[in-house]
Design a binder for this molecule. Structure first.
Ligand code: CP
Length: 294
């Protein structure tokens, strides 16, 4: 949400130059990234830790339950402390308003590593991955199928629409509608539609993207969600409604047999491991992009 199209493209440009070994921006010596996480993570945590190590800096992981936040220290006080010790913060939090508090009070760049409303670092890696297969997102239709009210749907529609892609949100919108704030914002940039019909929503899609039906923090309604979303599983039949050469994406972790079948995620059209690999590259590029601006 905070990045312009030009800034997103600058991050991709940095990623390309890292890949070619020609990147000129250097990380400040001994730079430290604080990873403040309230929720579990495999990829995001590891990719930021590896990114900092490979860039010559260091990441310090803090699971919130092991900090004084658990005993009531406020998010504002925590932000001030992190800002006085570290160079960057990447935070994975439940409440989106908490990351705004950290950004407003730490005095250093803050990266959203997922909140209940957004997962922007993932959507940047996703858009970069799609660009490895298509020259321009303006030529691409992306269908996100499943929980179209999720943080992943919000960030994917914003990032993809900003870069000009057409976005179809395909899910049971009468019960779980897309977030109107993100939808309206995405529509300022591109065509974004939502459907309950899989056949209509996936028609001519170049990318079919799915994610868990039960996001972190929604475990109490897991059964209800699995029942409601089950018809939106990304399986061979539903994939057949998309373009004949449509690519399959999933931000992972996958719940095989729920939102996606093993046949599809391990099939020839799946680019999920390329997506996961690109998170490391993009997270390095995000750190260097923020260094460039300091
Ligand atoms: N895609 C993603 O955010 O994975 P993790 O939850 O493992 O970080």
């Amino acid at each position: 949400m905070d990045l312009s199209r030009d800034q997103i493209n600058r991050i991709f440009e940095i990623a390309e130059s890292i890949k070619s070994g020609k990147e000129k921006i250097a990380l400040k010596e001994h730079a430290v990234l604080a990873l403040l996480f309230e929720k579990p993570s495999t990829r995001t945590r590891l990719s930021f830790e590896v990114a900092m190590a490979q860039l010559g800096g260091q990441a310090v992981y803090m699971y919130s339950e092991t900090t004084q936040m658990e005993r009531g220290e406020t998010i504002v006080d925590t932000a001030k402390l992190l800002g006085s010790y570290c160079d960057f913060i990447a935070a994975r939090l439940y409440n989106h308003s908490d990351i705004i508090e950290i950004a407003n009070n730490s005095g250093i760049p803050v990266i959203n590593a997922l909140t209940d409303l957004e997962h922007p670092t993932q959507s940047l890696a996703d858009a970069y991955t799609i660009l490895q297969h298509f020259n321009n997102l303006r030529d691409v239709k992306i269908a996100f199928m499943g929980d179209i009210a999720s943080n992943m749907a919000n960030s994917l529609m914003i990032t993809a629409a900003k870069l000009g892609a057409e976005v179809a949100l395909v899910g049971p919108y009468e019960k779980y509608p897309p977030n109107s704030f993100y939808l309206n914002h995405a529509r300022e940039y591109s065509k974004v539609y939502y459907y309950s019909s899989i056949e209509e929503g996936l028609a001519d899609a170049d990318i079919v993207y799915t994610d868990t039906f039960v996001s972190m923090g929604q475990e109490h309604e897991a059964e209800k969600r699995r029942n409601l979303f089950s018809q939106y599983q990304l399986n061979e039949k539903n994939l057949s409604y998309a373009s004949h050469d449509a690519l399959v994406m999933h931000c992972l972790p996958a719940h095989r047999g729920e939102e996606i079948t093993t046949q599809v995620i391990d099939g020839p059209r799946s680019i999920v491991w390329e997506q996961a690999r690109n998170s490391l590259l993009i997270n390095k590029a995000i750190i260097l992009f923020l260094s460039e601006r300091r």
